[in-house]
Ligand binder design. Structure first.
Ligand code: DGY
Length: 299
């Protein structure tokens, strides 16, 4: 099967693809009817240049930027990489919770600037994480991994999602109630038409003064302009790994000390990224054999 991959994806599994060409899709200038499968990282595709496309093997669990309706209309199969990135993303969530709540990046900047006087009793006093309330928006695989880690920090866990689940990982709340009751809110829903702009200005206003908002899911789930306004006012703190218009980060955030910013690092561990490639390749090989996809996206 002729595969076009937008980069050499990490790990040994990639070498099992026998007929693969590495090329950015933005560099395609003329139609490539020979290409049967593409490997992309949740990127839009120039479908008119790929008339023979049968499979999109998405190197990402999220598939919100693929243009899924059009792929479905054309009968193109789609796979993604669920499961293998839950631990890495949950770990990064806690890195952001801790960094934001305990002012780690602010402290680091002070030390690097040579401004630390040596006294420790007055500066950077933060709110304790242990014993506080964590609100998880979306208790899917990643949300559950976050909830399990929260036990180690003795957090009280609330969760909101469409329906209450049979779970001992946290207490169900309607979204508005969760926002009003939590010290830290962490977002773990996929981006869908229903979740786009879910955390809007009204809902941000429900957060307690000093609360932390952590987003390792998708920037578009939050009204970014409204969040920027809350952060500029200093009322909230935030740890943000994702943004509405990546790689653009609102300029107002860059100078703020109450915000920790990371460049979409959720799944960025060697083990996870190699496991994602393994799933991508296994899906392509299964498709080639005529077997069902291992992790199909329902299109
Ligand atoms: C995904 O898989 O959707 C992530 O955004 C990649 O880290």
């Amino acid at each position: 099967m002729k595969v076009l991959a937008t980069r050499r994806y990490p790990g040994p599994a990639f070498d099992e693809l026998l007929d693969v060409e590495v090329q950015e899709l933005t560099e395609l200038e003329s139609p490539r009817p020979d290409v049967e499968a593409v490997v992309v990282a949740n990127e839009p595709m120039p479908l008119d240049l790929l008339p023979g496309l049968q499979l999109v093997a998405n190197y990402s669990v999220g598939y919100d930027r693929l243009g899924i309706e059009e792929l479905s209309r054309r009968g193109v199969a789609v796979s993604n990489t669920p499961g293998v990135l839950s631990a890495a993303t949950a770990d990064l969530t806690f890195a952001l919770i801790l960094a934001t709540r305990r002012r780690v990046v602010e402290g680091d900047a002070l030390v690097r600037a040579g401004k630390w006087t040596g006294q420790w009793t007055d500066g950077f006093v933060a709110e304790e994480l242990t014993g506080s309330t964590l609100g998880i928006v979306g208790l899917g695989r990643i949300g559950q991994a976050v909830a399990r880690r929260a036990r180690g920090f003795e957090l009280r866990v609330l969760y909101a999602q469409r329906r209450p689940a049979e779970t001992d990982l946290g207490e169900y709340r309607e979204l508005d109630a969760l926002l009003a009751e939590s010290d830290v809110v962490s977002i773990h829903t996929p981006l869908t038409p229903e979740t786009r702009g879910l955390i809007d200005a009204r809902r941000l206003a429900l957060l307690r003064d000093g609360a932390c908002l952590v987003n390792t899911a998708r920037g578009e789930i939050v009204d970014e302009a409204a969040l920027v306004a809350e952060l500029v006012s200093g009322r909230l703190r935030a740890g943000l790994d994702v943004f509405a218009h990546e790689p653009n980060v609102p300029a107002e955030l860059l100078a703020l000390r109450n915000v920790v910013l990371t460049p979409h690092l959720g799944s960025a561990t060697r083990q996870t990224r190699e496991a994602m490639t393994r799933i991508v390749v296994d899906n392509i090989l299964a498709f080639e054999r005529g077997d069902p996809l291992l992790t199909p996206v329902a299109v």
